[in-house]
Design a protein around this ligand. Structure first.
Ligand SMILES: *Cc1c(COP(=O)(O)O)cnc(C)c1O
Length: 400
């Protein structure tokens, strides 16, 4: 039996990680979502409608592109899975359209979510518009200031954006705030989690909805190159784009899987968001995972130049894959990320999201150390949302 069929178990555990630790008033709601996903969500009608949406609305399949100039410079063969070309400019629409479709099948009329960089909020607001549903998005004030084009987009799409002004005013607090609001309206709304995190069944469901990335990319890569890649890599915030890509390769013995996480400004707690490198088992937002925590076990403050990656927890499946040694995790700094952001823009005419630039930076580094290898990277999103922040803060070129 293949890996995907064996994990998670029926209670949503990947080894010791995962599960569903819910307030009593939400237990039956999550049981409903689980039941709906395992029946409706895997029915032929559901999958046919999803296939139609992906092809005619999202513009899938997205291409795999051989980054010829970047490859020449790195001394290895770097291929990019172009999720930046997915409608709304990132991979998140893959699971948002599916979550909204599930909500529709369940008779819900509203979608609620948190957002970090704003990409999940935009994707969910897009899905809500497509299905004619109401949409409420919670977002930290720091992220609102940094990612204002996405705030404008969400409002244009008809979503209500709720600013979150407590604590670190970022992704973690946005999740708390969205959860709180959902508690009061769980009968009519679906809480559409933005990554492979949260209580069961979300890590399973979001992985399955994102697996289209890996399924397409594996086939496209074999068609282009004639064999499997030596290495596969993706950035890890919560871990959805990475799980989507990895899912197709987990039974391929010879393929190295690599998750790339943010080292931010350095190794001190609070300066990075490198959960896999520095985290310990803990609990956040209703599930067990590796966690960056303070001395009391509470989630620690985190930093990354990429808003979509600054979360103190990580998906339970990544926590499991790391402890099992099936995936290698690497931490890439803000500076290395910026250098890759400029480099991909100049060399290939592709401006990557700062999140995705972490994976590109790792590919360059790995390629330089392992000349001639083939490396398939998920370019999870486009960088339009980041250009004002980057150029106003750092200018138009990498520092020497
Ligand atoms: C949100 C986001 C990420 C991080 O989320 P994952 O769940 O780890 O994939 C990465 N890249 C982009 C472009 C994003 O918008």
């Amino acid at each position: 039996m293949g890996y995907l069929k064996q994990h998670p178990d029926k209670d949503g555990y990947f080894g010791e990680f995962g599960g569903a630790f819910l307030p009593p008033q939400l237990e039956s709601q999550f049981a409903d979502i689980n039941r709906a996903y395992l029946t409706l969500g895997r029915s032929a009608d559901f999958l046919n409608e999803l296939r139609y949406i992906r092809k005619h609305y999202q513009g899938r399949p997205t291409p795999v592109y051989y980054a010829h100039n970047l490859s020449r410079e790195a001394g290895a063969h770097i291929y990019l899975k172009r999720e930046d070309l997915n409608h709304t400019g990132a991979h998140k629409l893959n699971h948002c359209m599916a979550e909204a479709l599930l909500a529709k099948h369940m008779g819900k009329t509203k979608l609620i979510a948190e957002t970090g960089a704003g990409q999940h909020g935009v994707a969910l607001a897009t899905a809500a518009a497509y299905f004619g549903m109401a949409c409420e998005i919670h977002m930290g004030e720091i992220d609102i200031a940094k990612e204002s084009p996405n705030v404008t987009r969400m409002k244009l799409l008809g979503a209500e954006v709720v600013p979150v002004s407590f604590g670190g005013r970022s992704l973690k607090e946005a999740v708390d705030s969205a959860f709180e609001s959902y508690l009061g309206q769980a009968d009519t709304a679906l809480f559409a989690i933005g990554s492979v995190v949260g209580p069961h069944p979300f890590p399973l469901m979001v992985r399955d909805f994102q697996s289209v990335i890996g399924t397409e990319a594996r086939e496209q890569f074999i068609e282009m190159v004639g064999e499997l890649p030596d290495q596969v890599g993706a950035c890890v915030g919560g871990g959805s784009n990475a799980m989507g890509l990895f899912s197709a390769f987990l039974d391929d013995e010879g393929v190295g899987l690599n998750g790339i996480e943010p080292l931010g400004r350095g190794t001190a707690l609070g300066e990075h968001s490198a959960t896999m490198t520095f985290g310990k088992p803990g609990m956040i937002h209703g599930f067990k995972c590796l966690l960056l925590s303070d001395d009391d076990g509470n989630p620690a403050p985190v930093h990354s130049i990429a808003s979509g990656l600054d979360y103190p927890g990580v998906g339970p499946e990544h926590s499991f894959l790391k402890t099992e040694g099936k995936v290698s995790y690497h931490a890439i700094s803000d500076d290395e990320t910026l250098a890759a952001f400029y480099k991909l823009s100049r060399l290939e005419g592709i401006i990557p999201a700062l999140e995705s630039a972490h994976a590109v930076a790792w590919a360059i580094k790995h390629g330089q150390a392992n000349p001639g290898q083939t490396i398939l990277i998920n370019l999870s999103g486009r960088g339009d949302k980041d250009i004002d922040y980057v150029t106003e803060t750092f200018g138009f070129e990498a520092k020497a």
